[in-house]
Design a protein around this ligand. Structure first.
Ligand code: PAF
Length: 279
């Protein structure tokens, strides 16, 4: 595997490749990331991964400094997955001057749910993803459904900017007890780790209720929020939304069996976890 940090070298290395498939990450790779690499291999060749902890998508009081960085272990894992190039720019490589041009996601998609609780997050994500796409020039890129809203925003960005990159969604990779794998799980204490699957359990309870005909959306959301609070969580939101645009379903939408997704974000101790489940 070639490890490249400069944009020019990356372009030289990938020149002439027409089916490059790209998996952007922030490192601290776990089995969820590796499942993205495996899916990538089915959709193109060569596979290019990136590791870059993107300051632009962290709020001033978020965990940019303490975000887990495990570069040596990440390299081993990517080598075993047959990744051809690892693009690992420094901040100087990717942002040699202040990144003043930014992507601004539309407010009805970028300022709701995660965007409401992490202002500027999707501006930072889409800006770095557009820049990484410009460096790698992939035909295909893979993103996990774990970050459901991120996936939708990147899809819409790729469509509206007519980017020549097909966006592929990968299913969320879960531990046996249901917890979605995430780099931030490493912040959890042993007791918190045992409690963490409750978030997914609550999403399943909502999905079961909806499937059995209970369409009282606000009651279902409130019940899940209360259950989390009662167990010591600090939920930001539990929201049942339309899959198509992440807006709340109207009575008409519900009557017409509009496909839904339940999304949640909640703090357990100092760790903020997110998850979602398509209904
Ligand atoms: O999902 C992530 O790890 C990040 O948001 C991404 C897409 C690599 C951009 O920094």
């Amino acid at each position: 595997m070639k490890i490249i940090s400069s944009i020019d070298e990356l372009r030289d290395q990938l020149r002439g490749q027409l089916r490059t498939v790209f998996v952007p990450t922030m490192g601290n790779l776990h089995d969820g990331h590796l499942s993205l690499m495996r899916l990538a291999r089915k959709h193109g060749d060569p596979v290019v991964a990136s590791i870059f902890v993107n300051r632009l998508q962290f709020g001033p009081h978020e965990d940019f400094e303490k975000y887990p960085r495990t570069f040596a272990a990440d390299i081993d894992k990517l080598e075993k997955e047959g990744v051809y190039v690892l693009f690992a720019p420094t901040e100087k490589d990717l942002y040699p001057e202040p990144q003043e041009f930014r992507v601004q996601p539309p407010p009805d998609l970028g300022n709701i749910l995660e965007g409401e609780f992490r202002p500027g997050f999707f501006n930072g994500v889409t800006t770095v993803v557009l820049k990484l796409f410009s460096c790698v020039q992939p035909g295909v890129a893979v993103f996990g459904k774990k970050d459901y809203q991120q996936l939708m925003i990147i899809r819409n960005m790729a469509r509206q900017f007519a980017l020549p990159t097909q966006i592929i969604a990968a299913e969320t990779y879960r531990a046996e007890d249901g917890l979605a794998l995430s780099s931030r799980n490493s912040y959890l204490s042993e007791t918190e780790r045992a409690e963490a699957p409750v978030l997914f359990r609550e999403l399943n309870t909502i999905a079961d209720e909806i499937r059995s005909g209970n369409l009282d959306i606000s009651l279902l959301q409130n019940k899940a929020m209360q259950c989390l609070k009662d167990r010591g969580w600090h939920p930001d939101y539990v929201a049942i939304r339309k899959r198509i645009d992440l807006q709340p379903p109207t009575a008409g939408d519900l009557a017409q069996n509009e496909p839904l997704v339940t999304l949640a974000a909640a703090k357990l101790g100092a760790t903020r976890l997110i998850d979602n489940l398509e209904v």
